[in-house]
Design a protein around this ligand. Sequence first.
Ligand code: ADP
Ligand code: MG
Length: 704
Amino acid sequence: MGGVLDNNIKFVTGVGEVRAKLLEKELGIVTLRDMLYHFPFRYIDRTRLYKIGEIDEHTSAAYVQFRGRMVGKAYAGEGRKRRFSIFVADETGQAELIWFQGIKWAEKRFEQGREYVIFGRPSLFRNSLSMVHPEVELVEKALSRKVESGLQGIYSTTEKLSTALGTKGIYNIMCNLWGVVRGHIDEYMPEYMRRKYGLLTLEEALYNIHFPQSPEKLRQAQYRLKFDELFGLQLNIQALRSARIERHDGFLFTRVGDLFNRFYNERLPFELTEGQKSVIREIRQDTISGQQMNRLLQGDVGSGKTVVALATMLLAADNGFQACMMAPTELLARQHYATISRMTEGIGARVAVLTGTTRKRERDAILAELAAGEIDILVGTHALIEDRVQFANLGLVIIDEQHRFGVEQRARLWTKNSQPPHILVMTATPIPRTLAMTLYGDLDVSAIKGLPPGRQPVKTVHYFESARLRLFGFMREQIKQGRQVYIVYPLIKESEKMDYKNLEEGFDAIVRDFPLPDYRVSVCHGKMKPADKEESMRQFKEGEADILVATSVIEVGVDVPNATVMVIESAERFGLAQLHQLRGRVGRGAQQSYCILMSDEKLSKESAKRLEAMCQTTDGFELAELDLKLRGAGDINGTLQSGVALDLKIANPTYDNQIVQLTQQVAIALLTADPQLAAPQHIALRTLRDRYAQRYGEDFSMIS
Ligand code: ADP
Ligand code: MG
């Protein structure tokens, strides 16, 4: 593709310098191509004219169009609060049209007694219909206007843009744009592929995405454009993957030796679950294959990922390799170290821990031992990636809660041996498989299915503030039975001050209602010194405190099986993944556990849905899927902090899972047959591949 589509949008009729600047600033649109790929997010049937009386809560929130005769007007407010209303009516009812800006313009536009076609987003209050800043047109004019198609696209704009150029303005530009680009949209998909997968031509798809000639054509257009996006991504992912496999051999962990066997037979305090065993088998396969392992291990909170990690590290040690495990927080690193030390006691594995707070003398000793190959397993935080941390023979890297690390941080561990070590990244924030295939196509994905036996699902309820006394009563009851309670407060950068205030007030209230000597309360949050944090966690862990008041620092990984109650304050402010993680802190022992979501009475629709979902299911995968649906495709990047800028305009890997799977297969087959896309019928596909190449830049691959 080239030529016309690369031209600047300002030359299109109806745009010009000023609007072009706005389009660039607000939507990043510079060229005709950019504009062409600004798709509608919704369509309305412009041939449909509602009666005012027909517009109810089913139609509100969407855009509607209706006819109404002006019957009156009104002014209200002063200065910046000034508003202007026009009242219109038909035989079924009356509606109020409201302007806060452009009042002069609106005044001039209307004439008492004349009839208009009104288009916009209705809102209903006590059954009376109103519409802010609608588009209006005299009936005669609206009905005589030729429309490009019955289904009209609604384009997203921004606040700034919407005054200069509403969704209708964008639509008009799109019509003019089409006149310019028609016949200049080059196809890159080979004919045989289009036929095989039933794809419209690119030009037809782009035309119908903006101006659908029928609902069926619209569906086909969406399919083609989603196919292109996901196929473009896969072409890159699969190319990176084969390059990695070709470039690097994998260390061989062929021996199952003393360390592994003694751990398994003498130290492991429980039988592994089938889920854990099957993942260990997969890892075994990888580490004897001669190829370098790059595996993502998903397992719900509490599924027992730590033991799997440990077993794998012992395999490495049995074969003369060192292993390291990086955790996102000091707390978690220390906890892993404690667990691993306990589980390997007396079997001869040499284990050490290194974090930001490790004293110099101890650190120097560890670094020396590490370089001399005298340490088998090193657990730690970000401190592990520092340059001075040098291994004698690093064969395996494990990253816990991998979403907490940036791509670059992770990648620095890969280079700590001349040949990259095997890599296992673990996450308890499960993402649907097809999304994983899109985001992390370069990783093999395993999942630990099921939880260790004897776990009962955590009972979850949602309380409003008015139920606080009931909550306190319940807490007393549980503590009397010897159980422990977490109380967690949100902590968000933007509102940090207020959040700490809430936590402090909450803490004071708890201490008042749960006084010594019957109750012991500790507190743990990010502002405390690491040593104090650790001390208060220790107290809680060892049962010296009944209640732990904390911020979400305890979100990941903390393991206190005797804790049975998780109270989440202002639960509406947490995301689903976080709520699920927090809930995962309880229900780890044999006792029935409870999660209590406290919230304000006033809730947005989405918050209410999240809390409801939490009460209905404890399945992390189900929640993850729901979460993505609630958030919508646009938010996927932020959610997963994957380090990959997945700028999908139309495909949603959560919904479009069939296309994800299909395009992956197609990409693998194509690249196997023609890796460089050198065949004449494939050369044009490079356009598509390269469009997504930047997004998956070099460091997308775990190994660079
Ligand atoms: P996560 O997957 O969330 O990291 P952990 O590894 O912290 O989970 O394990 C959660 C708890 O379950 C720990 O107390 C651990 O000792 C225990 N556990 C792990 N595997 C088993 C098993 N197979 N049987 C019983 N308990 C187990
Ligand atoms: Mg864990």
